[in-house]
Design a protein around this ligand. Sequence first.
Ligand code: NG1
Ligand code: ZN
Length: 601
Amino acid sequence: DGQQSLLLSSSSRFSPPQGVKLSYGTAGFRADASLLPSTVYRVGILAALRSLKTGSIIGLMITASHNKVSDNGVKIADPNGGMLSQHWEPFADALANAPSPQHLLLLINEFVGKEGILMDGVSQAEVLLGRDTRPSGDALLEAARQFHGDKCGGLGAVFMDMLKTLMMLLKAWFLKYLQLPLWLDLFAFSHYDNNTVGVVGAVATDMGILTTPQLHWMVRARNKGMQASEQDYFEQLSSSFRCLKDLIPAEKSKFDGLNNKVIVDGSNGVGGVKLKVLGSLLNALVIEVRNSSEDGGVLNDGVGADYVQKEKVAPHGFGSKDAGIRCASLDGDADRLVYFIVPPESSGRIDLVDGDKILSLFAVFIREQLSFLNENEGIKNSHQARLGVVQTAYANGASTNYLKQLGLEVNFTPTGVKYLHEKAAEFDIGIYFEANGHGTVLFSESFVGWLETRTKEISSGSNGLSSGSEGKKAALRLLAVSKLINQAVGDALSGLLLVEVILQYMGWSIHRWNELYHDLPSRQLKVKVADRNAVITANAETVVVSPPGLQEAINAETGKYHQGRCFVRPSGTEDVVRVYAEASTQEAADTLANSVAKLVD
Ligand code: NG1
Ligand code: ZN
């Protein structure tokens, strides 16, 4: 009958790919784009349920970041702009892998009951949609729209129609086998019989092509009741940059011509386009963008932060002509940022200024501002801000030593923004970065509130701070940093502006910055194995607990090298086991990585 055919067409269009087990992973679902329509469809349902559960706006981003152009992915932004609550990940996995609409339906119902999600006909789900420049992005959104209803557009219709289909199916199924009509009434099922009215309303707004951090920023801003258009994003970043720039002491800003220019590799993706807009709002900085999506190059192919960081070579379009100039590279969705220095001869190899060094620069600056605050009598006893830094095992050992030697508290978490972010949120100011360039600086609400009150008191002259004192300026600077740097996720655009203004403040060239410490040589490898999840780790991924014996073998290899450090872990975004090795020479790091890769194979 009608229900059956709806179901049939649903399952034929949106059945999950055969023989593939999808996992929400480090950064949502990722796979070859051709495998993803059913996943995007189902994540659309997930997003709507999440919105109902939290009573807030949720984000849905279609991107596969630094992965190759034929891949794509989908992930959720939670109400605060962060990653999907880990507690919902098993549900996401189950949804994506449900073999049939019947299973999907049961899963949803079970979960809705368990989570106590209100489907009262009044509550509205609201989801903001974003995608990067991947050619498959549009089609994936379209795939999610195939059941387009007559009243609502986009995801709303998908959600409505999916639920309607599922509810009808469930009704038939339950009535036939379980005789549980009463139970169904709990879901006020009858409303679904009408084609235009639903128990659940879901509104999806397509925000168009965005960087991942822009979408997260918008979700966060909307839920805080703030203006959240793309223009608002650009305004906030550029005005806080200007504010920081204006707070640079005259004696500190000794610049030569080179120092107000940065050349940025956009990875042939979305970041370059957005950075051009941002750059046009700034006078104090010249941003030259190369490898932008409209330049026609292939996304992430020989370009981008991941390539530059892993291969330690200049991206396409950069060469010895750029020697000595500050260069930076974004990844495909602009949530990663690394800097680099091109050597004078075309040897290919670059000096990489990675996420660890960005973290170190931010830490030095923020620590200095906090000490200005603490030195100031008016502030001394009222608030001692706790500053913490968070890294993963991929952080270069030399960076960890440097940060500890600055007297900072260094914390380690497993790979994955969700873990780093959560840890950093425990501090008044928490700085987290992955070596690959993903990171940000989080300010606690109480500390921002304190800064706001303090800077207001200062401007009305009602406290002990003399206007123009370093204490006052430090408070204003920290407040501006909290507005400039994305509070939702790592954001290459806001990170770049913060790096640039701190370098101007310090009067540092990229060379001076790079000299903060010297990286230990390192090597990263990927190993394709039958089942990467056979490798189970502990202690922030530094130790293998299964298969048995592997860690002992790694220890034995590592022990052969001076300053040797090595660990392996299954990737959360690719079907590989990653090997990381560090040692006192590049050759040693390479050999260590290669021999451990053989142990894993
Ligand atoms: P996996 O594939 O789990 O290693 C990679 C990065 C993470 C993170 C995610 C999300 C490395 C070694 N791993 O995760 O740090 O950025 O992608 O994009 O760079
Ligand atoms: Zn990314």
